[in-house]
Design a binder for this molecule. Structure first.
Ligand code: NAD
Length: 370
């Protein structure tokens, strides 16, 4: 690998500039080429940023000798790009969700292992200060065992959002709705806080945008974790105004901590922190901010977290260490999304794994009636 890390970006749409800006801010890293199946898009993107090459295939990127690339294409195309890059010995930072289905995601993880390349998945909200504070409190035992979680995703996407890109809102090209595209960020955080998911019961529906999209705009689920801990997930893209997102975790010490992201895209704050001796509370709404912001602005606000995740990926490539979010972890959050869909379709709980044999938390026997 050369002293300067040579980067390619695949897909020149909404989120690609976050990757470009993040790489451009790092020393000894150069974005040498961009790639899009639409050559004109690639050319315009490259010219605006003085990127030397604009190409339309991963093979051309490989021929230019890139060391690593970012995958910023629609989810169902991630697998082909990642596998081709891995086969060429190129390290990969892939946008979330890792893929549109877990079989594809498992093949991507396998391809990265087989070719000994780094595969990181962008879940940049792991870099929120508010998320890191919660994870540290859990790691340091200040909550005991996280036993109860609430994950609330009350976002707004208008019809214009779905009209702007033909792939959005379809099962074939988007792989799902609010769960697959938006809530998966918070599902990733929930499993990062609460551990391995083992069972999911859920309902989902298209309550508002049925005339515009095939996929769900709204869903609710109960998730059980290997420890026996339980969490509720509720998500919609049909809230108006956009009220952002929140995650609350209560542990067996009785302590409760939460984070709130409002407006969507900004760094989440710990608006409730009820750990003995560290109590604090505040409302993100008291500052009079508006949650109704265009999606492009949401993406721009994500930039500081993209910067941190891209820097983490470059560190992993240089040191051979593990990236902040591995392909395996991204596969786990995708499996929760798929389990929600299956449970909603069948009306039955979906078992993802066996509960821990040394269960930390006991449940009521299944036969108890109230
Ligand atoms: N991390 C985040 O918060 C975040 C935010 C937005 C989007 N994303 C993810 O980024 C990905 C892209 O989303 P977007 O909104 O930027 O999409 P977009 O539709 O704006 O752009 C996608 C681009 O990829 C190109 N493309 C499609 N297939 C290709 C292929 N095989 N090879 C090369 N180029 C190809 C398209 O021509 C288009 O220019 C999605 O997986 C999405 O979920 C993540």
């Amino acid at each position: 690998m050369s002293a300067t890390l040579r980067i390619g970006i695949v897909g020149c749409g909404n989120i690609s500039d976050n990757h470009f800006q993040a790489y451009a801010a790092l020393p000894d890293v150069e974005v040498v080429a961009v790639c899009d199946i639409d050559p004109e898009r690639a050319r315009v993107f490259a010219d605006a940023r003085e990127i030397p090459h604009a190409v339309s295939s991963v093979a051309e990127l490989a021929a230019l000798g890139v060391d690593a690339l970012s995958v910023c294409t629609p989810h169902p195309t991630h697998e082909a790009v990642v596998r081709e890059a891995a086969a060429g010995g190129i390290h990969i930072l892939c946008e979330k969700p890792i893929a549109a289905d877990s079989a594809a995601a498992a093949r991507m993880v396998e391809a990265a292992h087989a070719n000994d390349v780094t595969l990181g998945i962008v879940f940049q909200k792991r870099f929120w200060d508010g998320a890191r504070n919660i994870r540290a409190a859990i790691d340091e035992g200040r909550l005991g065992i996280p036993m109860l979680g609430h994950c609330r995703v009350l976002l707004h996407r208008g019809r214009d959002y779905y009209d702007a890109a033909a792939w959005r809102g379809t099962w074939a090209a988007d792989g799902g709705g609010v769960l697959m595209t938006q809530a998966i960020h918070y599902i990733d955080l929930l499993q990062w806080f609460m551990g391995e998911p083992v069972e999911v019961s859920a309902k989902a529906g298209t309550f508002v945008y049925g005339d515009a999209i095939e996929v769900e705009d709204t869903a609710a689920a109960l998730i059980t974790f290997a420890s026996g801990a339980i969490a509720t997930l509720s998500a919609t893209v049909a809230a108006s105004p956009n009220l952002g997102t929140a995650i609350t975790i209560t542990g067996t010490t009785g302590a409760t901590v939460s984070l709130t992201e409002y407006p969507e895209g900004t760094d989440a704050v710990n608006d409730l922190w009820a750990v003995p001796g560290e109590e604090r509370a505040g409302s993100v709404f008291e500052h009079g901010l508006s949650g109704d912001i265009p999606v492009e602005e949401v993406n721009a606000r994500l930039m500081p977290m993209h910067r941190q995740q891209v820097a983490d990926f470059v560190r992993a490539v240089r040191t051979g260490g593990s990236p902040a979010v591995t392909g395996e972890e991204a596969l786990a959050s995708l499996r929760i999304v798929e389990a929600v869909y299956e449970s909603a379709r069948t009306g039955r709980p979906v078992r993802l794994a066996e509960p821990s044999t040394s269960r930390a938390l006991a449940h009521l026997p299944a036969t108890v009636t109230v």
